[in-house]
Design a protein. Structure first.
Length: 280
């Protein structure tokens, strides 16, 4: 009986100990982050963990120069594309990839690898690489304690993926071909009963397309809702870019009045800016 009680007590102590451990919450040494960036007609997602320097040497202790690095901490960093992209001029199909890097003083090797389910780079296999290319790191004045991956200079069809840490930044250029898709989409949409005059006109204006067609479409949108100050603003922009300063000024004045009627401060300002530019 005594032996049974001892065993039971030990079992209870073990159970309570495990329960207490399971309930213990502590901050991760390297916090995780997921960033999602709309890009072209799709999205780019990056999942990674963010080590801190904590007084150590990046090039010796954390991301040793000349060695394959997981580009973060814990699990290998993973990037996914919903659409095909071009990275530093290299075609990359839509899909999910692990990002490995080989840091160096004068250049970094960037690697996209098929195997996304791995801890660190300990089981990395070059045979699983999809792409390898080199970029030069940029020296920055402000020291970054926490390793960061971020998007910058995000445009309609181009963006930079930046790796920032310590006193360096590695910038990777991505591009995507959206124009052909958008133009085909506009062409098909204009066959429908409800035509997207406004977004089509704005796309034509902002991407150097046929301004005459853009003006025609924005005028159709304006006719459907003559009280909307945003339609007048976009029409004035197109007129101004077409060289019609008088028409742009008249449209901008009407846009200011329309914006005042609905107390829209933003479009009062925007139309006023066009009026000022047209009056020079």
């Amino acid at each position: 009986m005594k032996k049974i009680l001892v065993l039971l007590t030990a079992a209870l102590l073990t159970m309570f100990s495990e329960s207490s451990f399971a309930q213990l919450k502590m901050p991760q040494a390297s916090s995780s982050q997921t960033i999602i960036q709309e890009f072209g007609l799709g999205k780019v997602t990056v999942k990674y963990s963010r080590p801190n320097i904590k007084g150590r040497s990046v090039e010796k202790d954390l991301a040793p120069f000349g060695e394959v690095w997981r580009t973060g901490a814990n699990d290998a960093t993973v990037i996914s594309f919903t659409d095909a992209v071009s990275i530093e001029g290299n075609a990359v199909p839509a899909g999910e990839y692990a990002i490995f890097t080989i840091p160096g003083k004068d250049e970094w090797t960037i690697i996209l690898n098929k195997e996304t389910k791995q801890w660190g780079s300990y089981q990395y296999k070059q045979s699983e690489d999809v792409l390898r290319f080199k970029v030069k790191p940029i020296k920055i004045s402000e020291k970054t304690e926490t390793f960061s991956i971020q998007f910058s200079n995000v445009m309609t069809s181009s963006a930079n993926l930046d790796l920032v840490w310590d006193n360096f930044k590695v910038s990777i250029k991505m591009t995507t071909d959206v124009d052909a898709k958008v133009m085909a989409s506009i062409e098909e949409a204009m066959k429908m009963d409800k035509k997207p005059y406004y977004p089509a006109a704005v796309y034509y204006f902002e991407n150097g397309k046929n301004l005459k067609k853009a003006l025609e479409w924005i005028s159709m949108a304006e006719a459907a809702d003559p009280k909307a100050p945003w339609f007048k603003y976009q029409k004035a922009r197109i007129q101004l870019k077409s060289g019609d300063k008088i028409g742009a000024a008249e449209t901008a004045k009407a846009g200011i009045e329309a914006a005042k009627a609905v107390n829209n401060v933003e479009y009062i300002r925007l139309n006023q800016n066009i009026l000022t530019e047209a009056s020079r």
